[in-house]
Design a protein around this ligand. Structure first.
Ligand code: SF4
Length: 755
C-alpha cells in the first residue's frame, strides 16, 4: 500500500542532527513530544527554543489522511490551489458515508449506490493528484492508517479529530480542518501553537476486566473534555510498555475527548511487534536504528514533574473498568458504582443495544477479547438480552477475524456484522424506532456519546466502555451489571458468572486479507478529468470568499446566543447531513440547528430581527444575508469541541456571519474559523456574556489596527437605546490576520503568496 519506506528513512536520517540542534537550544533533556516536533520544523534544525503554549511554529508533516466526509471539502479547496500533485503522501478513506442497517453486504451496496457521485469524485481527485484511495468497505480511516502508514516518530495531520489514534504507534498525529490539509498538500508549512505537555505515568499492569479503554475513560474523568486543550499528552512507564500497540491507539484516540492536541507513547516492543505483524518489518528495522530518539530522554521519565507542565499517575493494577456517559465522554463511572449512579440520576437500566467497533476499539485484539465474552455466553447457556452490532475496523481485521472464527462467535449471539466503517458512531445508523425518541440506554465501545450522535434520538443514553465490557453488559441487558461480582441466570436457571476476557494481541496465524480495498493513484494524473455536475446536490465547486472590506464591522445582528455545550455536532450536525459535506450551500441549511438558544432554551428557533418573528437559524441567517446584513454568533465555554469538520466554520462564513464570540474555543474549531476568514473572538471578561441580549446590534471596532496581542472593542447597541462597550480578545498572529484580511487562507494560496 505504498507506505513509503524511503520517506520514513529520510525522516529517521535527519533525527540525530535535528535532536542535537534542539538539545542545544532547549538546553535540557527532551520529551518524546519535543523530539518529534523539533525534528519536524519547517525550517530544519532548531535555531531557538519555543515557548510551550505561546509560540506559533511552522512544521513539516510527513503525511496527510482524510476521510470521505471531510475530504470532499479539503479536496475542493485543494483543487483551487492550482497544484498538479500533492506535495506529501496523502490518503483518502471512505468510511463515514455508509449506513448501518441490515448488515455489511446490503449496507455497502446501498452506500455505493447512494453516494456513488461522491465516491467517484473522491476517487478521481485522488487519482489525479497522487492521493492513495481506500474504497468504501476498506475500513475506518484511523485503523487503516495504524495498519499501513503510522510510524514511530512521525508527524501527520488528518482531517478528522481522531487522527490522534496513530499516537498508538508513537507518532504525533493531529486532527485539523480541510484548509490545513490543503496547505500541507500544496507544499506549504503547517502552523501550530507549540503545545504544553502533560505526562501520564502508567504503573502496574492491566488485569481481569480492565482494558486500555479504561485508562482513557479514567483520564477523561480526571481532565474533563477541556483538560487537554492546547496540550500534547505523553504516556510512559512500565504500564505503558505492557500494553499492546492497538491498546495504545485506543488511549490516544480518545485523547480527542479531553481536547488534547494529540497523545503519544514512546517506541517499544509492542510497536515493533505490530509493525512486523502488519507487514512492515522494514519500518521496525529502521526504527530500531534510532530507538533512543523515539522515546524521551531517560531523565524526563525519571523526574517527570520537572519536564512536563502537568503530571498524572495511574496504577493500572488498581484501575477499575469504567462506563462514561451519558451525553458526555468525561462523566466517568467505575463499573462498581454504576448501580447507585444510575439510580441517583434516573438513567434507564435496561440496555437495548451493545455496539462494538469504531476507530477507537475495532482492532483484532478488541474483537478477540469481546468474542471471548460472547463465546462464554453461548457455552454457559446465556442468551443476550440486548441487540448486538459489530463494525470491524478494517477489511484486514474483518477478514482475519472471520478466518479465525471470531465473527461466527458474535453471530451465534445474533449479532449483526456491519460494514468496516463508522456507521452508528457518526449517526449513520438506521436504528428501527429511533424516530419515536423514547428514553433508552445503549452501550458502545466508541469514543463520543453526545446527544443524538449514534441514532439521532435525543433520549438515547449512550455509555462508552471497552468492547469486552460492552459485550458483557449487552449480554446481561443491564447497565448496572458488574461482571466482576455479579452472576447471570442461564437457560437451565443456574446462576453463572462470566470469566474475565482473554484474547490475542495479534492473530496467531498472522493477518490476512484478499482485497484490502486500496486503489493507487495514476503515476501521471494530468489527463484525469474531475467532473462536478453544476446541478449536483451533493457536490459544489467553491467560490472564493470575499476579502475584508477594510473597515470596522458595524450593524451586525445577533444570530444566536448559544447556551451551554455547543460542539461541532451542534454547529454542523452529522447523521443525515453527512451527504451534503461536499455542497457548501446545501449543508449550510444545518447551521447551528443543534445549538440551544439562550433566550428560549429551544434548538433551531431564534428571533429574526428583521421581522421580529422566530424561525430556524439557517433561514434567519439567509434573511440577514439577503439584506446584506452581517451577524455574530455568541457562545459559551469550549465552543466547537468535538470534530475537526470545517463545515462548522465554512457554513457561517458562507451565510454571512462575521464573528463568533465565545467564552472559550476548542482549538481546531478556532483555527478553522480563522482559516475561513472569520473573526474568532473571546470575551475578555467572561461575565460579559450576560450583557448580550436578544435584540442587540453590534459593532466590532479596531479592525483597521488589527494586531497580535491587541484586543478589539465590541459595541453593543441594546434595543432600549443603551449601549455597552466591552473588550474582546483574539489569538490571531500576523499570518492569521493576513487570512482575515484576504477573506480566508485559501485566497492567499490561490494568489500564489507564501502563507
Ligand atoms: Fe468514524 Fe467514529 Fe472514528 Fe469518527 S470517531 S472516524 S465517526 S469511527
Amino acid at each position: 500500500m505504498a507506505f513509503d519506506i524511503d520517506m520514513i528513512k529520510k525522516v529517521y536520517g535527519q533525527y540525530a542532527a535535528r535532536i542535537a540542534a534542539a538539545r542545544k537550544v532547549v538546553n535540557k533533556p527532551l520529551t518524546l513530544t519535543e523530539k518529534i516536533l523539533y525534528t519536524h520544523l519547517w525550517d530544519g534544525n532548531a535555531a531557538q527554543a519555543y515557548e510551550r503554549g505561546g509560540s506559533y511554529v511552522d512544521f513539516a508533516p510527513d503525511r496527510v489522511a482524510m476521510q470521505d466526509a471531510t475530504a470532499q471539502m479539503a479536496l475542493l479547496q485543494f483543487m483551487q490551489a492550482g497544484r498538479p500533485r500533492v506535495a506529501v503522501p496523502s490518503t483518502v478513506h471512505c468510511d463515514h458515508l455508509i449506513r448501518a442497517k441490515e448488515g455489511a453486504e446490503k449496507d455497502l451496496a446501498v452506500a455505493t449506490t447512494e453516494s456513488r457521485e461522491v465516491f467517484d469524485f473522491l476517487a478521481s481527485v485522488s487519482n489525479k493528484y497522487g492521493i492513495g484511495f481506500w474504497k468504501p468497505g476498506a475500513g475506518i480511516i484511523h485503523q487503516v492508517v495504524l495498519e499501513n502508514y503510522a510510524f514511530p516518530g512521525g508527524l501527520m495531520i488528518g482531517t478528522d479529530s481522531h487522527t490522534v489514534n496513530a499516537g498508538g504507534l508513537g507518532m504525533l498525529a493531529i486532527g485539523v480542518g480541510g484548509a490545513d490539509a490543503c496547505d500541507v498538500m500544496a507544499g506549504l508549512p503547517w502552523e501550530l501553537k507549540f503545545p504544553k505537555l502533560i505526562g501520564i505515568k502508567l504503573t502496574g499492569k492491566l488485569n481481569g476486566w480492565t482494558a486500555p479503554k479504561d485508562v482513557i475513560l479514567k483520564v477523561a474523568g480526571i481532565l474533563t473534555v477541556k483538560g487537554g486543550t492546547g496540550c500534547i499528552v505523553e504516556y510512559f512507564g512500565e504500564g505503558a510498555q505492557s500494553m499492546s500497540c492497538t491498546g495504545k491507539g485506543t488511549i490516544c484516540n480518545m485523547g480527542a475527548e479531553i481536547g488534547a492536541t494529540t497523545s503519544t507513547f514512546g517506541y517499544d516492543e509492542s510497536m515493533e511487534r505490530y509493525l512486523r505483524a502488519t507487514n512492515r518489518a522494514d519500518v521496525a528495522d529502521a526504527a530500531n536504528t534510532i530507538k533512543e530518539h523515539l522515546t524521551a530522554d531517560p531523565e524526563v521519565y525519571a523526574d517527570p514533574e520537572r519536564y512536563f507542565d502537568q503530571v498524572i499517575e495511574i496504577n493500572l493494577s488498581e484501575l477499575e473498568p469504567h462506563l462514561n456517559g451519558p451525553f458526555t465522554p468525561d462523566l466517568a463511572t467505575p463499573v462498581s458504582k454504576m448501580k447507585e449512579e444510575a439510580a441517583k440520576n434516573g438513567w434507564p437500566l435496561k440496555v437495548e443495544w451493545g455496539l462494538i467497533g469504531s476507530c477507537t476499539n475495532s482492532s483484532y485484539e478488541d474483537l478477540s477479547r469481546a468474542a471471548s465474552v460472547a463465546k462464554q455466553a453461548v457455552e454457559k447457556g446465556l442468551a443476550t438480552k440486548a441487540e448486538f452490532g459489530i463494525n470491524p475496523g478494517s477489511e484486514q481485521v474483518r477478514y482475519t477475524a472471520e478466518r479465525d472464527g471470531l465473527l461466527d462467535t458474535f453471530t451465534d449471539l445474533d449479532a449483526t456484522i456491519f460494514t468496516n466503517a463508522c456507521g452508528p458512531c457518526i449517526g449513520m445508523w438506521a436504528r428501527v424506532g429511533a424516530e419515536k425518541a423514547e428514553k433508552n440506554t445503549i452501550v458502545h465501545s466508541f469514543n463520543r456519546n453526545f446527544a443524538k450522535r449514534a441514532d439521532g434520538n435525543p433520549n438515547t443514553y449512550a455509555f462508552v466502555a471497552s468492547p469486552e465490557l460492552v459485550a458483557a453488559i449487552a449480554i446481561s441487558g443491564n447497565l448496572s451489571f458488574n461482571p466482576i461480582t455479579d452472576t447471570l441466570v442461564n437457560d437451565k436457571g443456574e446462576a453463572v458468572k462470566l470469566d474475565p476476557p482473554s484474547g490475542d494481541e495479534l492473530p496467531q496465524k498472522g493477518f490476512d486479507v484478499e482485497d484490502p480495498g486500496y486503489q493507487a493513484p495514476a503515476a501521471d494524473g494530468s489527463n484525469v478529468q474531475v467532473v462536478v455536475s453544476p446541478t449536483s446536490d451533493r457536490l459544489q465547486l467553491l467560490d472564493p470568499f470575499p476579502a475584508w472590506e477594510g473597515t470596522d464591522l458595524t450593524g451586525l445582528k445577533l444570530l444566536i446566543k448559544a447556551k451551554g455545550k455547543c460542539t461541532t455536532d451542534h454547529i454542523s450536525m452529522a447523521g443525515p447531513w453527512l451527504k451534503y459535506r461536499g455542497h457548501l450551500d446545501n449543508i449550510s441549511n444545518n447551521l447551528l440547528i443543534g445549538a440551544v438558544n439562550f433566550f428560549n432554551d429551544k434548538t433551531d428557533w431564534v428571533k429574526n430581527q428583521l421581522t421580529n418573528e422566530y424561525g430556524p437559524v439557517p433561514a434567519t441567517q439567509r434573511d440577514y444575508k439577503a439584506a446584506g446584513i452581517g451577524s455574530i454568533v455568541v457562545g459559551d465555554e469550549n465552543y466547537g469541541e468535538g470534530s475537526s469538520r470545517e463545515h462548522a466554520a465554512m457554513e457561517p462564513r458562507h451565510l454571512g456571519v462575521r464573528a463568533v464570540l465565545v467564552k472559550s474555543f476548542a482549538r481546531i474549531h478556532e483555527t478553522n474559523l480563522k482559516k475561513q476568514g472569520m473573526l474568532a473572538l473571546t470575551f475578555a471578561s467572561k461575565d460579559d456574556y450576560d450583557k448580550i441580549l436578544e435584540d442587540d446590534t453590534f459593532d466590532i471596532v479596531g479592525l483597521t489596527d488589527f494586531a497580535p496581542n491587541k484586543s478589539l472593542k465590541l459595541v453593543i447597541h441594546h434595543i432600549d437605546g443603551s449601549v455597552d462597550e466591552i473588550e474582546v480578545n483574539h489569538s490571531y498572529n500576523e499570518q492569521q490576520i493576513g487570512w482575515f484580511r484576504a477573506g480566508g487562507a485559501l485566497n492567499i494560496i490561490r494568489q500564489g503568496q507564501a502563507l
